[in-house]
Ligand binder design. Sequence first.
Ligand code: CTP
Length: 860
Amino acid sequence: MKVIVSHTNLDFDGLASMIGAKKLYPQAEMILPEKLSSEVEHFLAIYKDTFPFKKSKEVNWDHAQQAVLVDVNQLSRTGKLKTKLHRLDAFIIYDHHPITAETVPFTEGDIRSTGAAITLLIEKIQEKSLAVSPFEATVFALGLYSDTGAFTYDQTTAEDLAAAAWCLQKGANLSVIEQYRDIPLKKEQQHLFQLLLDRTETIEEDGIEIVISLHEQQNYTGQLSMITKKLLRFTGADSAFAIVKMEEKVFITARAVSDRINVLPVIRSLGGGGHNKAASAMVKGATAEEMARKIRQQLYEIVAPSITAEHIMSSPVRVVAPDTAIEVVSKMLYRYGHTGFPVVENDWLVGIISRRDVDKALHHGLGHAPVKGYMSRQPITINKNDQLEKIQELMIEEQVGRLPVMENGELLGIVSRTDVIQAMHGNKKHSQNVSGIARVPYKKTIATLLKRQLNPHIYELLTDIGREAEQRNMHVYLIGGMVRDLLLGRANEDIDIVVEGDGILFAEYLQRQYGGHVRSHEAFRTATWKHPCGLKLDLTSARTEYYDFPAALPKVEMSTIKEDLFRRDFTINAMGICLHQSEFGELIDYFHGYQDLLNKQLKVLYNLSFVEDPTRILRALRFESRFGFTMDRQTESLAKESANNLLAVSKPRIANELIRLFLEENPLFAIDRIDDLGILPFLLKNRDSFESMKQKITRLARATATLTENSVPLSRSLWTAYLFCLTPVPATEACWQEVHNFCISKEDHKLLNDLQALIEGASLDKQPLTALSDWHHLFASMQTEPLLTYFSLVAAEQGIDYLLARDHLNNGRKVAGADLIRAGLKPGPDFKQLLLEAEKLQLDKPDLSPETIVKLLADQ
Ligand code: CTP
């Protein structure tokens, strides 16, 4: 195991460098020092769950062999960690501090004097073309800005600025940086700051704290805006006004951190200008106190109504019961991408369990233990009117990541760190959900489109179902690929229906009304109803998680269509159409799928989507190829980051996706994208060079196209040939075995065995084949698919002509046994040979009639 560590009293550059190092060494564990600087502590109070930091006691140091030191190059600066690090035998170092006698010998890394250590890691990340999310870029930039004093310190290098430019290109958010970085003041500025700090007057306006501070002095001191900013930081207020009279002029500087305050109108009224959160004015011939009075009078106008828990909470809340086993909770956390659950008993909130608690219990082998032993009891709760600022404060002070929202003893919702972050960042979301989730879905009536585009039988069936649902007071929805294809104007007859209720009971009811046949799967509460007209419909219950985790929930979950849609792969596949009569034809779109469809974009709904189901990465390629869509930047980087999870997927499941990619889509596009996303190493151990793979696939695809254009039927087993094209030449036994492991039918295995016999028999190398009959002599008994592959691999163009001619012959009038008998030949063991000879003659001389051919044979 590798560990990533930095110096004690960790600052932003150290923090950023640790995260940078984790990109380079993804398997390594990031260990926080025991002391953090106050700004990093403040930052991590909110962003703790965003990165997988560990504490020293959470790792098994016996397994640690190597350490990556960042922003430090001597062990004495790593605090208590040094006793553990002393025992390790190898070090990698990325640092910008000078090398001294105490520098640990290192085997890999970079020590160079740049303004910030993160610059060195960014250069390495660029070199390896690793994907970086906008949030990671923000943290990197934060390290750069703070360690270089916003690029003003002497040590700042051109490399630091280039690194910062790259961070901005990657989407770094400057307002977050602005919020956290610090710049030191000169002596007289520090003095003024102290004076102002001592004189602050705090005013509260609808939950917003505003500080006003005034002073009068003779000399002019610059940097008032920096001083005001510091004032804001030190007082923890939401806004600060510094009013300082210097050299007969009053300088007023205002700063705000909360989105709820706009200081500009007050400053404008004093003749100044600026931005909503940073503005200043200068007034001559007045006193500081006069200015302060004017400002106080206007404060109520500049504070916007507050964001409260009600606006940002998630609701309904997924909960667990006190007796739920830790391992079940762990699965639920993973599946839903949550970081914790409230624990509820008889409708009463009794505790909170977090991912950290669960991981700890699992670490000690307590997966079977009930959650009640590990939950935090008497959780801190809030009510729906509590303001965002208070929620933020509670999270920081109490170090809690989620706050249940209660009303009259009932659990109304929950506010997590993610909700707070999202509210703070406006539309820019850095965690969990990639796409914005609307509390109320976007709706659009597409009833006419349904009628116009659907096959009339299907349309009638759907209206019948809607009517039946309405009569039973149920909500039913058409979902999945059919909805997407309807909007794209493409045919699709896979009817998937979600029932808000029990899918099996509804299917059985439909069968009683309309006949047909129902096959149900109890475990998943799904049913397939075959209508008497032959159409098949899949019905699912929108309450599946109840059945997945029967012990977990104290009462039947309130899962709805939104929950069901949220679990799906891409926004374009996560739309539903209401079928129940009262809303028939309403498109339900919580995740902006319709917009993404118009923008030709593929977006996952949540960050763990590919981790949960890595086959979705291959599905994404299928949709890219089929519709000409592209993954958005974040989805593509998630796909890259999750590609290694394909190793854990069964080969047949991967095969099901590859079959479709190679046979239904453009196989060259598929292989290009598979390579772009770095998937190849997670599909096959034995691989050819990319160029060679491409050449083979190009030839095979061209030959396949020639045969299909000439209506030669080809079996779906041909996909194994495409997979084989990815393996090296010559293929070793291990290569063949690896491809065999993916096979899902006997035909797949047979194709590979035949192909192996052809390649290893090297039939084409032995003798020149000039006439079609020569080819037939060698290959008559072989099936088309292995031959097609073999000829493509060895670039034998004439072989493809032979396959076309052979197919033509098979579909035409061939000489048969009866023809030979009619010509007076006696049936016997050599008949088979005679028929082969007849076929060879027919291939070489297609103009001769079968009768002439028989005559020729009889005369021989
Ligand atoms: N689905 C998913 N994750 C998967 C497979 C499927 O979320 N790994 C969901 C998607 O919402 C999908 C629906 O299940 O639309 C139906 O799946 P399927 O029929 O396999 O795919 P389609 O989207 O219909 O694609 P295609 O047209 O290629 O069959």
